[in-house]
Design a protein around this ligand. Sequence first.
Ligand SMILES: NC(=O)c1ccc[n+]([C@@H]2O[C@H](COP(=O)([O-])OP(=O)(O)OC[C@H]3O[C@@H](n4cnc5c(N)ncnc54)[C@H](O)[C@@H]3O)[C@@H](O)[C@H]2O)c1
Length: 339
Amino acid sequence: MSKPASFTSALALGEAPSSARSKPRVIVTGGSGKLGRATVQYLANEGWEVISVDLRRPAGISEDGKSGLGGAYRLVEIDLEDMGSVLETFHSTDMAYSGIQAVVHLAAIPSPGQTSASRQFRTNTMGWVFVHYTASSTYTGTDSGSSTYNVLEACRKLKIKNVVLASSETLIGIPFDPHPPAFLPMTEEHERRPESAYSLSKLMGETMAEQYTRWDPELKIVSLRFSNVMLPQEYATFEGWQGDAKARYWNCWGYIDARDGAQSVALSLKSKQTGHHQYLIAAEDTCMRMSNDELVKAVFPDVKYTPTAGPNDSLLSIEKAKKELGFKPAYKWQDQVGK
Ligand SMILES: NC(=O)c1ccc[n+]([C@@H]2O[C@H](COP(=O)([O-])OP(=O)(O)OC[C@H]3O[C@@H](n4cnc5c(N)ncnc54)[C@H](O)[C@@H]3O)[C@@H](O)[C@H]2O)c1
């Protein structure tokens, strides 16, 4: 039997002929998560072919795993703890794709207090996983963390030079109790001061990024220190914090809409820089109606405070991200409540 005229070995592996594939390809780890879903959608809209990599499937996915992915071309279900799977997935997945131009690493246990401190540090830094099963052994979800080392090392081995890491606002010294910030508004110049295993794991991520970019001068790693990520439906809870300066002082009253977090990822991927770069990523405003003067006077009266231009401008400065990445948050909580 003769082969169909269009048959090629590339097509046999599911890979479109290179002339037909114009989109750059990016892996988003943690693509089924809160920030991951927004990022997958944003990057797909920006023209990336997105491979979402996660331990779990997002809600709404089809049985064959090819549609309902919120814009991703494929979901590849692996455990980032397993270096073999990471290397293989970053290289190719037989019927779906081969060759990756960029990696966005979001997967992690995303906040302190969800597991023991030592487990959190280990999972977010080196990779280690625990999975819940019901009595009938049905898979119900995971509390696993990420593997920043595996991700960075796989990128080095495969010569992927465009990398974005989810860092965290917690590095600035959250929860500021008993140690208040050295100055406000907070900037990237502030000493990194992890106060939890979670935050220490993010410091390890940034420290590894510093060394990996020293080893390879062509490599770019952008560490985005996200503030507290919010979905549109969460803005309703903001009302309950108003009038109480102490309700959200622990992160300098910051937040970031998941869609704006995704915008900062897209801009980081586009950036032509090399080396390691860190940015605070927050909304333009605080989560409060009380003015910054009132908030700072009530909670941090002895902290060196340079008044912001607007009374509610973010106290987590995003000037560096605006200047160097072109970041421009589109969402403010007061415009979003009730939408
Ligand atoms: N949510 C926030 O307020 C916040 C604030 C600052 C920084 N961050 C950081 O942003 C990133 C994303 O946070 P999020 O809120 O979307 O978290 P999330 O828990 O909603 O999503 C994390 C995803 O990572 C996946 N994952 C975890 N371990 C994995 C493994 N070993 N292999 C494969 N997949 C794995 C999970 O299944 C999950 O889908 C995290 O790195 C987090 O630390 C989040």
